[in-house]
Design a binder for this molecule. Sequence first.
Ligand code: SF4
Length: 372
Amino acid sequence: MEKFEISCREEAMNGRNTFADDLLRWYAQEARDLPWRRRSSPYSVLVSEFMLQQTQVATVIPYFTRWMERFPDFESLAAADEEEVLRLWEGLGYYRRARSLHAIALLVAGPLGGALPDDYDSLLQLPGVGPYTAGALASLAFNRPEAALDGNVERLMTRLLDIAEIPGPALREDLRRRITAAIPPGRARDFNQALMELGALVCLPRNPLCLSCPLKGHCLALARGTAAERPLRRLRPPVETVRALALLVTDGDRFLLLRHRDGERWQGLWEFPTFDGDEESVAADLQLDRTAWKKAGSVRHSFTRYRREISAFSLAVGLSLPLPGTEDREARWVAREELGDYPLSAGSRKIREGLIAPAEGESSVDGGRGKA
Ligand code: SF4
């Protein structure tokens, strides 16, 4: 058994837990003042944890603040329609998180009787809640002794224990067990937040700041000089570029928007009609005359391992609708000044913000967004 667990066991026999003491002392001095730490209601913990999944803290802050102003509790979120929920989430990406939050609010407002469950197993049953989020909710919202193993904590733990293994389900389960065993009685909330904070601020992916780490005396990777090699990682598949074409179809000062169907990647979001392929293949598929198009510009965005490059073309109406292949999608003509009211997929949002001039009297079509 590794040093971390040995030290915890020996310390427990001595009635001391210097690992936790060192960690909690550091956290008390260094914790960032983040808006979701100023409230510890289960609702605000839930919202912040969903927003923070795969998203930087600095990006989340303005979204969280705006969200809490508009939806301060489960009731207000449950009463909103999905389009407004997606609109407020627009730009954060991974829209399934927003839909899951909305679904949880509906459950709380209905069958759950007004409150989130407070135990790990029940939390794990909620939409969009996996082992990490269930542990985070149980510990941060309810101070239950459950581990919250996010990517930062996983990196920190593989270094503390100098684990030369690519993290997978079995290793994560083992780490959860070890963390849970190390939580001092009554301190789950602070202990987990301290581990996450230390992983985010000190035990950095590259160049960990070991000299200023409160756990340097407990760290096997530091003692063995292997910190830079932990955790072991699988090679990532290379980024693939895909080309697409968006049509800015106008009728006077109105733009044609199409809604993504249920089950599609950007389900529920709207877009300027966008088609995979290059100019030639899209024109052929849609049986359109390319001389009627006028290049408006191009944008790019990334998702999973793809980089999508979208060329946008203006086209005054004069074509027969619906466009081939879009017959079963909801279509709407939207005035230029109302484009900002629609939740758009990432590529179309960039087109709206970068390629479409604001309506007269507007400073911009939309306010700033946190994430490119
Ligand atoms: S000593 Fe270095 S490698 Fe070890 S936990 Fe601290 S920052 Fe990470």
